[in-house]
Design a protein around this ligand. Structure first.
Ligand code: GLC
Length: 567
């Protein structure tokens, strides 16, 4: 480890004049579960519009909307049947345009989700492919292949779906005979596109242009590392884990044939050229589960993506040494390519950090928690989640928040199995519970039907009893609440310029591997992830503490503070 990495300056300061995305705090809205204006139990764009005040009073810079496009909703809208429309369950295109314009008036940027790896099987492109002959241009948009075996009865290769089971589905040809197979890395209702097809590339440039013209500030790109598959689709005997799992450990090792292929970079560059040709600072963030950090940083070279999600940070768990390593690796790799580092603790695909950190193993990465599993310690999880966020928001770079984490929401960890909707649950025959627990409708008002999520009281997934006391109106204006902590963190972060700040390790606590301590400009950040108190440096006072009561002489376990010199 070089001296830059282990002590002293790790990351130099930027400037408030830097492009917005280099230091922005971006709030993820999962539209199904944010706010339901029309009362059908599913959140919608009018609901988001009605709650923009929540985002401005929180103090975020931008929102990212998970998919709201026409979709059979097999995978929560990540199965798109029309890339340039709005599903009636969420509203109308005019409503989307109005939402983007209104957000802009309030000073909020808007990113939308782009899902290029696969379409829905209800997309007209796929419907046409099924109706056309093998070898036709319609089939060539997707990865159709003849089966193996004497009669083509075996899948073309041994790839597994990320949601469980085989990654191939066999179709019946228009004449009624058993036919070709198509690849689906996710659900069979999500056929993978063939990105070697120039028509696919041209169509997606049109889709990007459509949303850029509508005024969005950029895109969150779904599974951006998997669009291109290795030539010949060779067998792969290793497990295919994407969510929370890297496919290889060093750049020398060949990546899995469905991930991180060199060809994706050319596609990303073509999109970057388009974004750069638009007025304003449009940005893209890649969802790319690629490790190690220098391999991931290839996605954010100057002519590629603007950001990638920092999943190694999310998956490091409540573990000081693991987090220190991720922080070092991230800055070293991103600074080398001139990219801004990002940070994230929760999203719609993982157990919320307030639940993860309350598990007996706070470094675990369960794919859902169910009634038969050991239950998280809610108080401990919340205490650590608040400390983790206090740490995260002090790190220079951009940060992503997931709706509800500002309330300290845990997952629904006792959801009735019959209600589970994540395709993972079905495809793994219940072995993996899946992601429904982190997608529960938001609690806005403790006394209202569906805790204020929906005027009729309907909710597409039930809210756990615990959400009552965590509703926005129970926390708003209450000092010490998680909501007020987030507001305070974001206010001070902005005031002190932490987003574009620097990171210098704080040497006096170097003998405490269980403590993370660094300066960002004049702010001294100390996060105690250990089991014994850490000394509070003399002559400092607390700007913000993750605990409702600010510490005075010692920083207790599972606490993070922002300090400044008292003199
Ligand atoms: C991404 C999304 C996830 C979705 C998958 C397939 O990982 O975040 O929700 O299921 O891609 O589109």
């Amino acid at each position: 480890m070089s001296s830059r990495e282990s002590h002293g300056l790790l990351h130099p300061a930027g400037s408030p004049e830097d492009a917005w995305w280099r230091h922005a705090v971006i709030y993820q809205v999962y539209p199904r579960s944010f706010a339901d204006a029309d009362g059908d139990g599913v959140g919608d764009l009018a609901g988001v519009l009605s709650r923009l005040d929540h985002l401005t009073s929180l103090g975020v810079d931008a929102l990212w909307l998970s998919p709201f496009y026409p979709s059979p909703q097999v995978d929560g809208g990540y199965d798109v049947s029309d890339y340039c429309g709005v599903d009636p369950v969420f509203g109308t295109l005019a409503g989307a345009r109005h939402l983007v314009a209104t957000a802009h008036e309030r000073g909020l940027r808007v990113l939308v989700d782009l899902v290029p790896n696969h379409t829905s099987d209800a997309h007209p492109w796929f419907v046409a492919a099924l109706a056309s002959a093998p070898g036709s241009p319609e089939r060539a948009r997707y990865l159709f292949r003849d089966g193996r075996g004497d009669h083509g009865e075996l899948p073309p290769n041994n790839w597994r779906s990320i949601f469980g089971g085989t990654a191939w589905a066999r179709i019946t040809e228009p004449d009624g005979t058993p036919g070709q197979w198509y690849l689906h890395l996710f659900d069979p209702h999500q056929p993978d596109l063939d990105w070697s097809n120039l028509q696919v590339r041209a169509d997606f440039l049109d889709i990007l242009r459509f949303w850029l013209d509508l005024g969005v500030d950029g895109f969150r790109v779904d599974v951006a590392h998997s669009m291109v598959k290795a030539e010949g689709l060779p067998d792969w005997d290793e497990p295919v884990r994407m969510i929370g799992g890297a496919e290889h450990s060093s750049p020398q090792e060949a990546p899995a044939p469905m991930f991180d292929q060199e060809g994706v970079h050319e596609i990303i560059r073509s999109w970057r050229r388009l974004l750069d040709s638009c007025p304003g600072e449009r940005a893209m963030v890649a969802e790319a589960w690629v490790e190690p950090a220098d391999r991931l940083a290839r996605y954010v070279r100057p002519d590629e993506m603007h950001q990638t999600f920092n999943f190694p940070f999310l998956t490091a768990g409540w573990d000081a040494e693991a987090l220190r390593k991720v922080i070092i690796d991230s800055y070293v790799a991103d600074d080398a390519v001139g990219a801004a580092t990002t940070w994230v603790l929760s999203n719609h695909d993982v157990v919320r950090h307030a639940s993860r950190f309350g598990m007996p193993d706070p470094t675990g990465r369960p794919n859902g928690i169910g009634a038969r599993d050991p239950q998280p310690d809610a108080a401990l999880g919340l205490r650590r989640a608040r400390a983790a966020t206090t740490l995260m928001l002090a790190l220079p770079g951009s940060a992503y928040l997931y709706q509800g984490e500002e309330l300290g929401l845990p997952d629904h960890t006792t959801l009735d199995d019959d209600l589970r909707q994540d395709p993972t649950y079905r495809r793994t025959h219940g072995v993996e519970l899946g992601r429904d627990g982190c997608r529960i409708p938001m609690p806005w008002s403790a006394g209202a039907p569906a805790l204020g999520f929906s005027p009729t009281g309907r909710t597409w997934l039930p809210q756990p009893a615990m959400y009552h006391d965590l509703a926005v109106d129970r926390q708003d204006g209450h000092p010490g609440s998680t909501l007020e902590l987030y507001r305070e963190l974001l206010r001070v972060r902005r005031e002190r310029g932490l987003g574009w700040g620097s990171l210098t390790w704080y040497a006096p606590l170097a003998d405490r591997p269980d403590v993370l301590a660094f300066h960002n400009g004049e702010v001294l950040v100390i996060a105690n992830l250990g089991t014994r108190p850490a000394p509070m440096p003399e002559d400092t006072h607390v700007l913000v503490s993750s605990t409702p009561e600010a510490p005075t002489d010692q920083i207790a376990p599972d606490t993070a503070v922002w300090l400044v010199s008292a003199s």
